[in-house]
Design a protein around this ligand. Structure first.
Ligand code: G3P
Ligand code: MG
Length: 248
C-alpha cells in the first residue's frame, strides 16, 4: 500500500527545545512551544513496572541524578529523580511520565513524533505501553507519528494502533528500505542528516514517503536538506531554525 501522507512540521523540536532546557522534559516541551514549534519529538521507554517515561538513554546517568537502567527502576523511583542534567538552572526538573507529556501537548495542541526507544529485549513491552497511552488519550485531529529504530516495536504499533502513522528510523539508508517500509506500512522514513545523499532522497520521495532528518542544528544544513526534497528536520534549536524556516 502506498503511504498516504506524512504528518509533521518542517521544524520538529528534537527532545523538546533540548539545547536550552533538559532534553525530554516538560520544560523542554514548554520552551519549544514558546519558541513557536508546532511539533515535537520525544523518546519513550518503560520502568521496571511497565510505566512509560520520556528518556533517551538506557541508563539514567547522563540526564538524571539516578544510576543504572531506567527499566530496572520502579515508576515511583523514577518519579523521585532530578532530570535537569547539565542544565543546572532547571534543578528539580522531574523525569516526566509519558502521560504528563501527552497531557501537556494535547492542552497546547502540539503535534507529536513519539519515538519508541526500547531497551534491547523490551521492544514489545515498551511499544505496547506507549501505544496504550496514545490510544487512551491522543486526539485524532492532532498530528502524530510513532517512530522507532526497532522493527519489533513498529510491528506492535502496527498491530495495536494501525491507524496511527509510523516511521522507521535508521542512521544510513538500508538496501531493503522500501520493502521494510512497505511491510511495516510506514508513511515516513527518518534518518541521520549527514548520511543522506541526493539519489536516496529522490528515491524515497518518489516512492511517496515523508522524509525527515536528525539532528540538524545549523540553518545552512537545514536549507541544504530541504533543497534535496527532505520534508523536515529534527533540531535541538527550534528557536534558531524557526527564525529562518517556516514551520510548514
Ligand atoms: O527521532 C529522530 C531521532 O531522535 C533519532 O535519534 O538517538 O536522537 O533518538 P535519537
Ligand atoms: Mg529520538
Amino acid at each position: 500500500m502506498a503511504p498516504s501522507s506524512n504528518n509533521l512540521s518542517r521544524v520538529v523540536a528534537h527532545r523538546g527545545a533540548s539545547a536550552d532546557a533538559p532534553e525530554n522534559t516538560l520544560s523542554a516541551l514548554n520552551l519549544a512551544i514558546e519558541y513557536g514549534a508546532n511539533c515535537v519529538e520525544v523518546d519513550a521507554m518503560i520502568s521496571k513496572d511497565g510505566v512509560a517515561f520520556l528518556h533517551h538513554d538506557d541508563g539514567l546517568e547522563r540526564c538524571t541524578n539516578g544510576r543504572g537502567y531506567v527499566c530496572a527502576a520502579s515508576a515511583s523511583e523514577l518519579d523521585a529523580l532530578d532530570a535537569s542534567g547539565k542544565h543546572t538552572q532547571f534543578a528539580g526538573e522531574p523525569l516526566p511520565r509519558l502521560s504528563a507529556a501527552l497531557d501537556l501537548l494535547i492542552e497546547k495542541k502540539t503535534g507529536l513524533n513519539l519515538e519508541i526507544k526500547p531497551t534491547p529485549g523490551l521492544e514489545q513491552a515498551t511499544a505496547a505501553a506507549v501505544v496504550a497511552e496514545l490510544e487512551a488519550t491522543w486526539p485524532s485531529e492532532l498530528p502524530l507519528i510513532i517512530s522507532s529504530f526497532s522493527k519489533d516495536a513498529l510491528e506492535v504499533a502496527q498491530a495495536l494502533l494501525p491507524n496511527a502513522q509510523r516511521a522507521l528510523i535508521t542512521c544510513a539508508v538500508p538496501p531493503d528500505w522500501e520493502n521494510t517500509l512497505k511491510a511495516l506500512e510506514c508513511t515516513n522514513f527518518h534518518m541521520a542528516a549527514e548520511l543522506l545523499n541526493e539519489t536516496d532522497a529522490k528515491a524515497i520521495k518518489a516512492a511517496g514517503y515523508g522524509l525527515y532528518c536528525y539532528t540538524v542544528n545549523e540553518v545552512s544544513q537545514a536549507h541544504r536538506l530541504l533543497g534535496m526534497g527532505v520534508d523536515g528536520v529534527f533540531t535541538d534549536k527550534p528557536k534558531l531554525l524557526l527564525n529562518e524556516i517556516s514551520a510548514t
